[in-house]
Every structure is written in C-alpha cells, then in structure tokens.
Design a protein. Structure first.
Ligand code: FAD
Ligand code: SIN
Length: 541
C-alpha cells in the first residue's frame, strides 16, 4: 500500500508525539511506531525533566552545570537556547494534561528534585513515574486528534531518498539529497508499505539494546541512527554512551532503573562491607556526574570481585520514601526487598546515547526534508556527557523548534522529485527457519559491546569488538538478502551497524573525555580533541 502525507513521524515517544501535536493543524500527519504507542523509553523515565523554577536557581546555573557535565563538547548556543526554553515547554506539557508533583505548601510550586551534576534542585517530576505521566497525556491527546494517523506495530525499514549525487554520478554533499519518506513493515500483516512524505522526522529514541545490560526497553535498537547513516546523513559523537550508575541488580528485574533522584534525596552508595566509597572518586560524592559515579562503581566491582554495590536510603523516614518513590518502592518490594529497611543491590547499565544523527539548531539533518529529534539526534546539548534529566527537556524543546521550521519548509516544498518512488523490493522471498541465527547474533553483539566497549575501554578491546561485529555484519547482510524481512532481522541489522559506529567513533577519539574512557589514552587532550567525532557512510556511486 502507498500513503501520501505531509509529515511522517517515526516513533511515538515524547519527541515524536509533541512534534505531531504541533504540526497537525498544518497538514496530514502519520506516526509509525514499531510496538504499541506507549512502548517507549519516555514511558519509563523516572527522575524528571530539568528546568529552572527554583528560587535560588537561574538559567546561568543550569547552563553552567550542563556545560560542565558535557566536558568541553557542548555547543554553547544550543545549551543556552534549550535551558532558556525549558520553563515554557514544561508549562506546555501541563496544558497537554501532564500533572507534575507540587510542593505541599499550597503555593502551586513544583516539588523540585535534585540529581547528579546539578548545583540546584531543578528536576520537575511526577512522583517517580514522570515519563509515564508524560507519555500517557501525549498518547491520549494524539488519539483524540483527527488529523493524526497512528500506525502501531509498524516498523520503519529504511528511508527513501532521492539522490542528486546518484543522478549526476558525482560525489557531492548529502544535503543535496532529499528525503521522500520511508518503507515501513506492518508487523501484523508482514506487508511493506511506502509512506511518501514531504517532511520525515526520526524520533526513534536510543540504542541501549546494543549492550547486554541496559536500562532501556526493547525498542531501543538505534533504528533512526542506522537508517540515517545508511541514507548518507552525518552521525556524530557515538562513542559517548552513558551508563546509568544504578540499575537494579536482580535476576528477575529486567532493565529496572533506580532513579538518580534516590541519591538526590540522600541515598548513599556502599560496598558489600557497608563502606560509602564515592568520596574516593569525587568531592560531590554520590551526586557527582554520571560518568564519574559509573566509573567509580566499575572500579569498586573490579577491585572487590563483587557482582554489585548497594544503594542505601534506609535511614530516611519510611513514609517519605514510599510517597516520593512509589514505583521503585513497589518494584523492590515485589522482589522481596524493602528499601525503607535495607540497601538495594545496583549495577551500572547502558542508559543513553549522547551522540546520534547530527542536526542543526532546528533539528534538521544534512539531508533535505529529514529531521531528527529526541535521543536519536545529536544536537550539541550533551557534549561528552549528558546532565541528568536534560533528555526529556531536549526532546520537547527540539520538537517545538523542528515543528516550527518544518511548517515553514512545508510551504516551499515541491512534491515533484518524490512523485515516482521505486516500490519496495522484497529481495529475499523465503521465510527464514533460522530464528536461532538472529537471536545468536543479537546476543553476541550485545555481549561483545558489554565486554569490550563498556565503561572502561582499551585499544585492544575496541579492535577485538570491531573484528567480531564486522564478521557478524557480513553474515547479517547475507541473511538480509536471502530471507523475508522481519522486525527481528531489521533490528539486528540496525544494532550491528550502530555497534560498529560506536566502535569506530571510540577508536577515532584518542583521549579520554566525559563518557569515553580509554586506558591507553587516559588524559583529556584539548589540543586535538575538542571536537565532535563525525561519520558518514562512504559514497557508493
Ligand atoms: P523514545 O521515547 O524512546 O521513543 C522512541 C519511539 O520510536 C518508540 O515509539 C519506538 O517504538 C519507536 N521506534 C524506534 N525505532 C522505530 C522504527 N524503526 N520504526 C518505527 N518506530 C520506531 N531522561 C530524562 O530527561 N529524565 C529522566 O528521568 C529519564 N529517565 C529515564 C529512565 C529510563 C529507564 C530510561 C530508559 C531513560 C530515561 N531518560 C530520562 C532518557 C529519556 O527517557 C529518553 O532519552 C527519552 O524519553 C527519549 O525520547 P524519544 O522520544 O527520543 O524516544
Ligand atoms: C534517573 O531518574 O536517574 C534518570 C534520569 C535521566 O536519565 O536523566
């Protein structure tokens, strides 16, 4: 089937849904999302959204904290723009129906949380299920909207680009290419549809599933980054993968995060003998930036040989803990742990990709009519390390800016070049009976990334990972041409590519900065490396 629309949005998290709500009055909108609409990282966000509302806070302080965390690689103009736009966007979320927790004073002020790297309390939250409150309100608004088509269980396979480069047979910049939409697999019927769109927006979220241990839900397979790269767009800073210091360590707790807000309320990291160790690593102790805390835990585990460390908030009032962290409290209790009485076992896990599809200050990629917003994009806000709770903020601010720009662009778009798009070529026609190959490769990629491209890296480990992933990629390529595509195969192809791009970026950066730490290059080198790591697919004419 073919669909012709004005705006194609790929992904239904905070970035995609808020973009959709803003452009819907200007044209026909289709949102394609690969599972149910709510199945997003947004839905699992706990801590909240960072923005300046506190009496002692200021834009300057939030800007300073963001720049400090980013370790020299943030774009100052982006940081200033995002921070200053924050309060307005938070109020807009409330207009869309999100209920943030207020202080008990009756003054209609937010109850602001504190997280690592923030010099002030500035995390606006809805209990400890902020993301769910946001996602639910946005999905409800979208479902009520008559100009927005929501296609659940539809996974985008690849972008459709019209290449001026191919036409002329010469190598020019990708910004001369035009994005005309995407091929999308309906996972219920196994049909691939062509979505022709005047504007296409990648809002596909992160890539935590590239790693064996992650806080991310299963949808986070880096599809947007992979599709953009294959289409010839620039991707940047993929070596900066953020490991959240505290994911619950329990065999039955798949991907469950223990919010940094727990440390913000006084939780302390201790080892198996009960010793608080973070003072050994940073004067800010448990509230140092994430890279420092995650490396601290990694160091402790390597020294002790233990499987996990512990997070202890049991000296606080039990009533307060239950009220402030209802979600975390209940989850731990369901696994037989009472956090009001005992420390919780925690380990670091892959959480957030700071790099992504390179965009300008309006969310535009270097392919015409293609935007990227949210975790899949690299805007310059996070630099080498994202400050806690700046991600939801970035997503709503950029959705707003990109929507404004896209509406302006729409007026000047001539649909002609995208009129006669090639239909989907089904390639392999045989059903694969080797699902085991897919799951085996998935596992091997994620294990290699965890073992060799984790919190602490070395030249040798990176090379080993590159070789292994390279072999798997070849196998996947063959598999991809021989068999009918499935969502598992699409995701496998994407995680393999994103894993490879992370490794390539990590190998290029010959220093340690922010989230990237290489034991052969342990120092920061501002003379050569105060710059982004940018990759583009080699041109094949
Ligand atoms: P997502 O919300 O991840 O949405 C991506 C969407 O794209 C999904 O609908 C997915 O199905 C869809 N998709 C992906 N690929 C395809 C494809 N090929 N075809 C069709 N659809 C596709 N950040 C904060 O600022 N504060 C927090 O407190 C916080 N807590 C977090 C807690 C957890 C457990 C996690 C995992 C993350 C947290 N983060 C937090 C990070 C933040 O939640 C995410 O970065 C943010 O929600 C990303 O939003 P998004 O819209 O870009 O992507
Ligand atoms: C958390 O609640 O610790 C997650 C915050 C974030 O990822 O920004």
């Amino acid at each position: 089937m073919e669909y012709k629309i004005d705006f194609l949005i790929i992904g239904s998290g905070i970035a995609g849904l808020s973009f959709a709500l803003k452009v819907a009055e200007y044209g026909q909108v289709a949102i394609v999302t690969k599972k149910e609409a709510m199945e997003t990282s947004t839905n699992y966000a706990q801590g909240g959204i960072a923005s300046v509302f506190g009496h002692y806070d200021s834009f300057d302080l939030h800007i300073r904290d963001t720049l400090k965390a980013g370790d020299g690689l943030c774009r100052r103009d982006v940081v200033e723009m995002v921070v200053k736009s924050g309060p307005e966007r938070v109020r807009e979320l409330m207009e869309w129906g999100v209920e943030f927790t207020q202080e008990n004073t009756g003054n209609q002020e937010f109850d602001l949380g504190l997280e690592g790297g923030h010099s002030q309390k500035r995390i606006v939250h809805a209990g400890d299920f902020t993301g769910h409150a946001i996602e639910q309100a946005l999905v409800d608004s979208i479902r009520r909207h008559e100009h927005i088509g929501l296609f659940e269980n539809h996974i985008a396979v690849d972008l459709i680009t019209y290449s001026m480069r191919m036409k002329r047979g010469v190598v020019t910049a990708a910004h001369e290419d035009i994005c005309c939409g995407a091929y999308v697999l309906d996972t219920k019927t196994d049909e691939v549809h062509t979505f022709h769109a005047k504007i296409t927006v990648l809002t596909t979220g992160g890539a935590g599933k590239v790693y064996l241990y992650t806080s991310n839900p299963d949808i986070a397979t880096g599809d947007g980054i992979a599709m953009a790269y294959r289409a010839g767009a620039l991707v940047a800073n993929l070596e900066f993968v953020q490991f959240h210091p505290t994911c619950l360590y329990h065999p039955e707790a798949k991907n469950f995060l223990i919010s940094e807000a727990v440390r913000g309320e006084g939780g302390v990291l201790i080892d198996s003998r009960g010793r608080a160790f973070m003072a050994d690593y940073d004067p800010q102790k448990d509230l140092a930036c994430r890279d420092i805390v995650a490396r601290g835990i990694d160091g402790e585990l390597k020294k002790s040989g233990d499987d996990c460390v512990y997070l202890d908030i049991s000296d606080k009032d039990p009533g307060f803990i239950q009220e402030r962290f209802p979600n975390i409290y209940q989850k731990c209790l369901s696994l037989g742990m009472d956090m009001t009485k005992e420390p919780i076992p925690v380990v670091p896990a892959a959480h957030y990709v700071c790099g992504g599809v390179l965009v300008d200050i309006d969310g535009k990629t270097d392919i015409d009519r293609l935007y990227a917003v949210g975790e899949t994009a690299c805007t310059g806000l996070h630099g080498a390390n994202r400050l806690a709770s700046n991600s939801l903020l970035e997503a709503v601010v950029y959705a707003h800016r990109a929507a404004q720009q896209a509406v302006t662009d729409l007026e000047s778009i001539n649909g002609e070049v995208c009129r006669d798009l090639p239909p989907w070529d089904p390639m392999g026609t045989t059903d694969s009976d080797e699902a085991i190959v897919v799951s085996h490769n998935w596992d091997e990629i994620r294990r290699s990334m965890w073992n060799y491209v984790g919190i602490v890296r070395s030249n040798k480990r990176l090379l080993r990972a590159r070789n292994r992933i390279g072999t798997i990629e070849k196998e996947i390529r063959q598999y991809y041409w021989d068999f009918k595509i499935t969502s598992d195969l699409i995701e496998l192809r994407n995680i393999a590519l994103v894993a490879d791009l992370i490794i390539q970026s990590a190998m290029l950066r010959k220093e340690s900065r922010g989230l990237h730490y290489n034991i052969q290059h342990p120092e920061k080198d501002d003379r050569f490396w105060l710059k982004d790591t940018i990759l583009r697919r080699p041109f094949v004419g």
